[in-house]
Design a protein around this ligand. Structure first.
Ligand code: SF4
Length: 280
């Protein structure tokens, strides 16, 4: 697509991040935006390289801090389509505080988390979503604590779009990310993106065998209680839009942030400072 850069990814052959990125590019193309109007903000980790491999504006930011940077980009220029990306370690450990506040702030952007339930770039340590008994170099007997449930955190923080997809389920993954991009507010998608090098438990086969697509059930994503039930059901792995508040009003809309700050005439510093004071 137009969103593919000419850089060759250095991800391990077979890494789920390839499928995750391809789906994001497809979702962006299908949502009608173009590279000139797209800004990708990534954190640190294997997932963090995504902005380098995409043809768009991008920042490869600080560990766990993609969300405040992405919110700043969107508020500085609300005309951009903003996608923040990261991994489960980046987003739910180092960036957990930012995650909760980004969810409740509801800035209009998509956040895709490449969840492989392991730290890949640093060679296989337990991450916040690793299973309780998953043996890793840092947890020879498993982490011995329950994994973080990111959807529960998002729902508790007032999330307005909460979803999950599977990197290699190309069409469905792209559809779900597109819905997150088009949602009026913070569109959160946890993407199962297997690490073929350091995680031999949460594999492609595991997800293929265990994923339940909510589109094949009678689940109504606008039903808060039904969403809560699905989110707290740890016996299954769900794919699809789990919750969507169709009356969501984005932060920018709520506060009337419509002006691209770079369009503010240079001769009007007072107006610019008023805008900054108003929103920060
Ligand atoms: Fe992907 Fe794992 Fe390799 Fe990182 S270490 S590129 S997550 S397969």
């Amino acid at each position: 697509t137009d969103f593919k850069s000419d850089k060759q990814p250095t991800w391990c052959p077979g890494c789920g991040d390839f499928g995750t990125m391809n789906g994001i590019m497809k979702a962006l193309a299908n949502s009608g935006t173009d590279p000139d109007n797209t800004f990708v903000v990534a954190g640190i980790g294997c997932s963090g390289k995504i902005g380098t491999y995409m043809h768009s504006y991008a920042i490869h930011g600080v560990h766990g801090r993609s969300l405040p940077v992405a919110a700043g980009v969107k508020l500085a220029n609300p005309n951009l389509t903003v996608v923040a990306a990261g991994g489960d370690g980046d987003g739910y450990s180092i960036g957990a505080g930012h995650f909760i506040h980004a969810v409740r702030r509801n800035v209009d952007m998509a956040y895709t988390v490449m969840d492989n339930r392991i730290y890949g770039l640093t060679k296989g340590q337990a991450s916040p979503t690793s299973r309780e008994d998953f043996e890793t170099s840092t947890t020879p007997d498993g982490p011995q604590q329950p994994p973080v449930n990111p959807h529960a955190l998002a729902l508790a923080a007032g999330g307005t779009f909460i979803a999950q997809s599977f990197a290699t389920d190309h069409k469905r993954h792209a559809e779900i990310v597109q819905a997150a991009i088009e949602h009026d507010g913070f569109g959160f998608v946890n993407v199962f993106s297997p690490c073929v090098t350091f995680n031999d438990v949460d594999t492609y086969d595991y997800f293929r065998d265990n994923l339940v697509d909510l589109a094949d059930t009678d689940h109504d994503p606008t039903d808060y209680d039904a969403a809560k039930e699905k989110i707290l059901d740890s016996s299954k792995e769900y794919e699809g839009i789990i919750y969507q508040d169709e009356s969501s009003v984005s932060y920018e809309e709520k506060f009337g942030v419509t002006e691209n700050m770079s369009d503010i005439p240079s001769g009007a510093p007072d107006d610019a400072m008023d805008l900054v004071r108003e929103f920060y």
